[in-house]
Ligand binder design. Structure first.
Ligand SMILES: *[C@@H]1O[C@H](CO)[C@@H](O)[C@H](O)[C@H]1NC(C)=O
Ligand SMILES: [Ca+2]
Length: 324
């Protein structure tokens, strides 16, 4: 028994650091990565184009500053022809707001690059994958989760990202993740292998991945582009990308090397159970009704009290009259 526990402990000690390390995997692909020093010559970054409010400093690429109504993005210049990959992004979302901040950012693997739009600074009705890092809840009470929230959406160009519902009607899966205002480094890993999407985070500065969600039977073609975009509205935050590293993962034995995956239409077999739109108008209505009822009852009570006082006074008068 004791031996077994020792063995387990040893296993744990040796295996955990290996799976949690940021840097030890091989096959890092330079043409899909962004690492310091950025060597931005003037306004150009090797392998990356940028858009909108994005600025490059020696320590980070800032998609938006902590100011209202900004939008920025960076887009990889080379399409990804790798079938199985792990995209690891070191990011920092921070700002003055303690309770009010927004709106968030998205890590993309999509067909259309360099197109600004309403989905966190990028195009709606996109083709591909969005990992949405939503810091602001647009609709309190419509869903059961807290923000910041990480979710995945797969689109074949036909779906609209609905901000009013924080994308909950189109998401595959999601998890709550407090990823703002840390002094230590924060990371997200997006693994796509064997048609399975696995999203993990390292937010606690412990150099260990924590799984956020895993979705099987996700189909994505090769030849799409990696990117990241962010937006601020009435609320704001600095949305910084510190590094992006793309690792090519080995083909599985069941996967053929020459299989053409470029014509696949993005799809997912399972979605989170859709929430009906009627659901959240009902509680709002009954809240108003409750308020009106209480007003009515209060009015009736006031009228009764006033009538009571009048009646009492009248009676007093009458009894006084009777005395004379
Ligand atoms: C695109 O996605 C929608 C919604 O999931 C689906 O109804 C439609 O059949 C898909 N189109 C193609 C060409 O796969
Ligand atoms: Ca939102």
């Amino acid at each position: 028994m004791f031996k077994d526990i020792c063995k387990l402990l040893l296993l744990y000690l040796f295996i955990t650091p290996a799976t949690a390390e940021w840097n030890t995997l091989e096959y890092s692909r330079r043409e899909h990565s962004l690492t310091k020093p950025y060597q931005a010559s003037g306004m150009a970054l090797p392998y990356w184009d940028f858009l909108g409010s994005t600025i490059v400093t020696s320590n980070y690429v800032r998609l938006t500053p902590d100011l209202q109504s900004k939008s920025g993005a960076i887009w990889n210049t080379h399409p990804c022809h790798t079938r199985n990959w792990d995209l690891q992004v070191q990011f920092k979302v921070h700002g003055k707001g303690k309770d009010l901040f927004g709106d968030g950012f998205v890590i993309w693997y999509v067909k259309e690059r360099m197109q600004s739009g309403p989905v966190f600074g990028s195009k709606d009705y996109f083709n591909g994958l969005a990992i949405v890092m939503d810091t602001y809840s647009n609709h309190n009470g419509a869903h059961n989760h807290q923000h910041p929230y990480i979710s995945a959406m797969i689109n074949n160009g036909s779906l609209h990202y609905d901000h009013d519902r924080d994308g909950t009607h189109t998401q595959l899966a999601g998890c709550e993740a407090k990823f703002r205002n840390y002094n230590h480094d924060t990371y997200i890993s997006i693994v796509y292998k064997d048609d399975t999407l696995i999203v993990s985070t390292d937010l606690e500065g412990k150099n260990a991945w924590k799984e956020c969600f895993r979705v099987e039977n996700v189909l994505l073609p090769t030849g799409y582009f990696f990117g990241a975009s962010a937006t601020t509205g009435d609320l704001s935050d600095n949305h910084d990308i510190v590094a992006i590293k793309m690792y090519e993962l080995d083909l599985l034995e069941t996967q053929k090397k020459d299989e053409d995956r470029s014509q696949i239409v993005p799809s997912a077999q399972t979605f989170d159970a859709p929430r009906t739109r009627i659901e959240d108008t009902k509680p709002a209505m009954s809240a108003v009704m409750t308020f009106l009822w209480m007003m009515f009852i209060a009015l009736v009570l006031i009228v009764l009290v006033v009538l009571g006082i009048m009646w009492y006074q009248k009676r007093q008068e009458n009894s006084r009259k009777r005395l004379y």
